[in-house]
Design a binder for this molecule. Structure first.
Ligand code: IPM
Ligand code: MG
Length: 363
């Protein structure tokens, strides 16, 4: 019996998570896979109900589940709350308390969507990379942190970028193991010329690399990397990055792929995982049936692959997504009428339904 926790969250999180769950239910039923999905509030929705972004009950639900499906959190309404009560805190607590230190963010260009990218076609066509982001360390969690009074009417904001050898070694291992199954290349990103914590990062990654002699390791400073990503995205395969650099580079990579609405993610600790689109709650389009559910649906595919060893079912979802894109179905974020052939502008629900129809077609 597969036990899933569902945290749809806020804004478009609710709409896209619904479509991802519909796709999963369809496949589970079709293949007589027994499952149980239990849902709870997180983020702003939880704050409105319980005055906190995540409750102990919701955390326990996540801990007891085999995997967590997450939509998105946040919205204008909660932006001025203290940082501890903000919707984002739910996400950070889940990542930290479940020990989800590996964050996989694949960014792949679909040739049919090439017009959706603001970059030139010949630059982006064929791009296929995975950003492997360290997720439970670095500046997001380092101590000390806070806003402190200096006594002279001044205040000081503090965050600390820390990494231990253990934290670096385990994420580096993951990157090399994944690289062995791909193009046997790892590019590690740091700012070792300025920041000691990432100088250590570079050193420990190099040490770890010695155990993977067939994988080629290279290093790049994060500023240069952000430039090279736009200049020659095809040259990247695996980017291994500390927490905050991975956050920033993955948003950048999404524009190479055309839309942030296309990029899924898996946050892992062994088989235990949380699966969410990399995009946020997009309050500006929430509730309008405009959001692209593909990132959430591809995240569900990642869940089947990484938490349940159901790689062939995952591929069926991925093929169905490719299928509907080929047929010209587009949510507004990936719509352009410049494309080859006909494109049809549709909403969130219709995109979910089209993907299920495509799965039915392929049997
Ligand atoms: C992401 C998001 C989160 C992050 C926010 C919502 C806390 O930007 O998953 O990329 O910064 O990690
Ligand atoms: Mg981000």
């Amino acid at each position: 019996m597969i036990k899933l926790a569902l945290f749809a969250g806020d804004g478009i999180g609710v709409e896209v998570a619904t479509e991802a769950v519909n796709v999963l239910k369809f496949l589970f039923d079709l293949n007589s896979i027994r499952y149980e999905i239990e849902e709870d509030l997180v983020g702003g929705a939880s704050y409105d109900e319980y005055k906190k972004p995540i409750t102990e009950k919701a955390l326990k639900l996540a801990k007891d589940a085999d995997a967590v499906i997450f939509g998105a959190v946040g919205g204008y309404k909660w932006e001025s709350l203290p940082i501890e009560l903000r919707p984002e805190k739910a996400l950070l607590t889940l990542r930290y308390d479940l020990g989800l230190y590996v964050n996989l963010r694949p960014a792949k260009v679909y040739s049919e969507l090439i017009d959706a990218s603001p970059l030139k076609k010949d630059i982006v066509n064929g791009t296929d990379m995975i950003i492997i982001r360290e997720l439970t360390g670095g500046i997001y969690f380092g101590q000390p942190r806070g806003i402190f009074n200096l006594g002279d009417g001044q205040r000081k904001g503090v965050n600390t970028l820390t990494y231990t050898t253990k934290e670096i070694t385990r994420i580096a291992k993951t990157a090399f193991e994944i690289a062995e199954k791909r193009r046997k290349k790892v590019l590690s990103v740091d700012k070792a010329n300025v920041l000691e914590s990432t100088e250590l990062w570079r050193e420990v990654v190099a040490d770890t690399a010695k155990n993977y002699p067939d994988v080629e390791l290279s290093n790049m400073y994060v500023d240069n990397c952000s430039m090279q990503l736009i200049r020659q995205p095809k040259s990247f395969d695996i980017i291994l990055a500390p927490n905050m650099f991975g956050d920033i580079l993955s948003d950048e990579a999404s524009m190479i792929a055309g839309s942030i609405g296309m990029l899924p993610s898996a946050s892992l600790n062994g088989k235990k995982g949380m699966y969410e689109p990399i995009h946020g709650s997009a309050p500006d389009i929430a509730g309008q049936n405009k959001a692209n559910p593909i990132a959430a649906i591809l995240s569900a595919a990642m869940m089947l692959r990484y938490s349940f060893d159901m790689g062939s079912l995952a591929e069926r979802i991925e093929n169905a997504v490719t299928g509907v894109i080929r047929k010209g179905y587009r949510t507004p974020d990936i719509y352009s009428d410049l494309g080859i052939g006909e494109t049809k502008l549709i909403g969130t629900k219709e995109m979910g339904a089209a993907i299920i129809a495509e799965l039915k077609l392929k049997g």
